[in-house]
Design a protein around this ligand. Structure first.
Ligand code: UFG
Length: 341
C-alpha cells in the first residue's frame, strides 16, 4: 500500500514510518522539520530498499501538499503532523488552530481520494472526565481543557463530517481516530528515539535529570486529589501505539468510522514515574516541587477495552519500567539527540 505519513520525521511519525516499511509498504513521509529530524529519515532510508521518499513540506502549505500527494497518489494517510504541547497551546492558541485545524483542512483537501485516513487524536479531547468515568471509555463526553485538546476534537469532527459527505457522494472512505494517552519509550532496535526541542515531557526530562544532564525536574503540582498529590497519566510505548495504527489501518473499510483510546489502562502518578526512572537509570532523580501547570487534568487513564475487543490490540509494554528502559537506553546512547547521528 502507498501510505502518506505527515510528521514522518517526528517522534511518533518516524516510528510509524519504520513499521510501515517493515510491513512492506511504500511510504512518502512529509515534514517541515520544524520539530522533526532529517536524521531520522536518513536512518530509516538505509533499510528501506527505495520504498521511502521524503518531502520537506509544511502542513500549512496547501499547494505543496497538493503537489506531493498528487504525485504519490496515496491509498492511505497517517496524519501525525501537529503541534502537541498543552502548555504552549494555552499561550499560543492561534498557532495551534493554524497548524492543527487549518493544516488538517489542507491535508484533507490534498488527499480527498485516499481510501483510509488514520488521525492522531488525543486523550486531551476528554479534558478532565468525572471520577466515575475513569478509566475513560470512548463514550466519555469530550470536553477539552486546552486549545490543544480543542484542535484535536475539531479534527475528529472534520473527519466525521467529511467521511459522511463522501459516503453520501458515493465515495466512502475509512477513517480512524486514535486518542493517544501519554506516548513514551523508543524503538526497541535502538535506531529511533524521542528528541524534542523544547522537551517538555515527563519521562525524557526525568531521565535527563537522573543522568545529571539537568539540575532537577520540577514536579508540576503536589496538591492534586490523587493518592500522592501528583497527576496520574497512562503511559503507552511508542511501538505499541504504532501497532494500534497498523491494526486500525487493517480494519478500515470504506465507510467505517472508528474511534479508539490507545493507552495501557494503568495510571501512574508523576512521583511513580520519577521513582521508576530512578530505578532504571540507577540514580535518584533530583526534584523540585512547583506549581500546577495550566491545562493539566489531575488524573487521566484509559479504558482500552474497545480497541482490544474490536481490533485485538493491547499494549505489550504493560509495565512502565519497560517503557522507561527503552527511552533511557536511546537517551543514554544519544546524549546530543539526533544531532549526533
Ligand atoms: N510533568 C511534571 N514536570 C515536568 C513535565 C511534566 O510534573 O517537567 C507532569 C505534568 O504536569 C503531567 C505529567 O507530568 O502531569 C505528564 O506530563 P507530560 O508533559 O509528559 O504529558 P502531558 O500529560 O501533558 O501530555 C500528554 C501528551 C499530549 C496530550 C496530553 C493529554 O504529550 O499530547 O498528554 O493530557 F494531549
Amino acid at each position: 500500500m502507498r501510505c502518506l505519513v505527515t510528521g514522518g520525521a517526528g517522534f511518533i511519525g518516524s516510528h510509524a514510518v519504520q513499521r510501515l516499511l517493515r510491513d512492506g509498504h511504500e511510504v512518502l513521509a512529509i515534514d517541515d522539520l520544524s520539530r522533526g529530524h532529517a536524521e531520522a529519515i536518513d536512518l530509516l532510508r538505509q533499510d528501506a530498499g527505495g520504498r521511502l521518499s521524503f518531502e520537506r513540506v509544511s502542513i500549512q502549505d496547501h499547494d505543496g501538499l497538493v503537489n506531493a500527494a498528487g504525485a504519490f497518489a496515496p491509498q492511505a494517510v497517517m496524519h501525525f503532523a501537529a503541534l502537541a504541547y498543552v502548555g504552549e497551546s494555552v499561550q499560543q492558541p492561534g498557532r495551534y488552530y493554524a497548524v492543527n485545524v487549518a493544516g488538517m483542512l489542507n491535508l484533507m483537501h490534498a488527499c480527498a481520494d485516499v481510501e483510509k485516513f488514520v488521525f492522531s487524536s488525543s486523550c486531551a479531547t476528554y479534558g478532565q472526565p468525572p471520577a466515575e468515568l475513569i478509566p475513560v471509555p470512548e463514550t466519555c463526553p469530550q470536553a477539552p481543557m486546552s486549545p490543544y485538546g480543542r484542535t484535536k476534537l475539531i479534527g475528529e469532527w472534520m473527519l466525521r463530517d467529511c467521511a459522511r459527505a463522501m459516503e453520501l457522494g458515493g465515495r466512502p472512505v475509512g477513517v480512524a481516530m486514535l486518542r493517544y494517552f501519554n506516548v513514551a519509550g523508543a524503538d526497541r532496535s535502538g535506531l529511533l528515539g524521542e528528541d524534542h526541542e523544547p522537551e517538555t515531557h515527563l519521562i525524557p526530562l526525568a531521565i535527563d535529570a537522573a543522568l545529571g544532564r539537568r539540575d532537577s525536574l520540577t514536579i508540576f503540582g503536589t496538591d492534586y486529589p490523587t493518592t500522592d498529590g501528583t497527576c496520574v497519566r497512562d503511559y503507552v510505548h511508542v511501538e505499541d501505539l504504532v501497532d494500534a495504527h497498523v491494526a486500525a489501518l487493517d480494519a478500515l473499510k470504506p465507510g467505517r468510522v472508528l474511534a479508539y483510546n490507545v493507552g495501557s489502562g494503568r495510571g501512574y502518578s508523576v512521583r511513580e514515574v520519577i521513582d521508576t526512572v530512578g530505578q532504571v537509570v540507577g540514580s535518584v532523580v533530583p526534584t523540585v516541587e512547583g506549581a500546577r501547570r495550566e491545562g493539566d487534568p489531575p488524573s487521566l487513564f484509559a479504558d482500552p477495552s474497545k480497541i482490544r475487543r474490536e481490533l485485538g490490540w493491547k499494549a505489550r509494554a504493560g509495565d512502565l519500567r519497560e517503557i522507561v528502559a527503552d527511552a533511557a537506553s536511546w537517551r543514554t546512547s544519544h546524549p546530543g539527540g539526533y544531532a549526533q547521528c
